[in-house]
Design a protein. Sequence first.
Length: 152
Amino acid sequence: MKKYSIVFLMLFSVFGFSQSLKEFRALLQKGESSEVYSKTLLEKSKKEFEQTNKPIYEALYAVGHFFMAKHAGNPLSKYSNFNKGKKLLENAVKRDPKNLEIRFMRYLCQEKTPKFLGYNKDLEADKKFVLTEYRNCTDEDLVSFIKKYFKI
């Protein structure tokens, strides 16, 4: 009976993780054009990151800051959010450099960041990594999003 409990717990945690990422991905898709969804992404990802300390949630938290930089009216707030997002995202990549989703998020952020901010040094490397590694990914939602983005 104890073995079944452990297996159930493991399956539940994997399913819960997958469901959680689906929710975050939905926020990512809406957050760029909505300050409300950006704030929700920022708050939820911060909470999840603080509870789990997983690099994927650190990356999501970073993207929340990038989105808030886009929606901020004050130039100082824009720059502050940009720098927080950049620092968090680089740390997430450093902690889990082979994570396809984290590298894809960094690619998207660098691609959409104005060139004068100089945050584009990993653009080509991340694109190459994503386009090579998505074929080995078992997460159908992530693969679908990557294919749709790159029109594959």
